[in-house]
Write a protein that binds this ligand. Structure first.
Ligand code: AMP
Length: 190
């Protein structure tokens, strides 16, 4: 199986690049942000609980996203691989993911980290906010909070995957196709 953690701060292009990679490598896309927004749209209990947290730009509790990932992994026993987009975001989530994949006799193949500086991220997210309708893209204060959450809680996962010799840095600035080519090169070398 090919299991990729597509890593990077909000606005680094994980969603866009995932869409290309799922077709190129026949992977299942697992975006916890998309799943949570789906729950909000459906008005489920989980969605109601997550909405105010997401609108502030904070992380939702680990057990909520872990439960979602578990159920999708269990529903796809014949998958040839997964791309994890926006997950894991904390050490607890990463430990759970390792354990869960281990139970399925597989593991993370690589973590590809899209590197984009903070001013560029803020610019991209404010631009996206004009059409995304996302409350958390709509103002700079919330965007800065999301980046702060990333720096404090998520960026330490680089160390977690470095210890497993799985981290690869990818420059996340340039055309969509050029970044895709760099990601493919890293994957093809596995
Ligand atoms: P994203 O679409 O990945 O930018 O996620 C949007 C928001 O959903 C985040 O700011 C968090 O509030 C929440 N979220 C998504 N994935 C996670 C996760 N793995 N852990 C905690 N919160 C998450």
């Amino acid at each position: 199986m090919l299991n990729i953690v597509l890593f990077g701060p909000p606005g680094s292009g994980k969603g866009t690049q995932s869409q290309l990679l799922i077709n190129q490598y026949n992977l299942i896309h697992l975006s916890t942000g998309d799943i949570l927004r789906g729950e909000i749209a459906k008005g489920t209990k989980l969605g109601q609980k997550a909405k105010s947290i997401m609108d502030r730009g904070d992380l939702v509790p680990d057990e909520v996203v872990i439960g979602m990932i578990r159920s999708i992994l269990e529903k796809n026993p014949n998958a040839t691989g997964f791309i994890f987009d926006g997950f894991p975001r904390t050490t607890t989530q990463a430990e759970f993911l390792d354990q869960m994949l281990d139970e399925l006799n597989t593991s993370i193949s690589t973590m590809l980290s899209l590197e984009v500086d903070e001013d560029e991220l803020t610019k991209r997210l404010l631009e996206r906010g004009k059409s995304s309708g996302r409350a958390d893209d709509a103002n700079e204060y919330i965007i800065r909070n999301r980046i702060k959450e990333y720096n404090n809680k998520t960026a330490p996962l680089k160390e977690f995957y470095t210890q497993q010799y799985k981290l690869q840095y990818i420059e996340g600035v340039g055309s969509i196709n050029a970044i895709n080519a760099k990601l493919c090169e890293a994957i093809d070398q596995l």
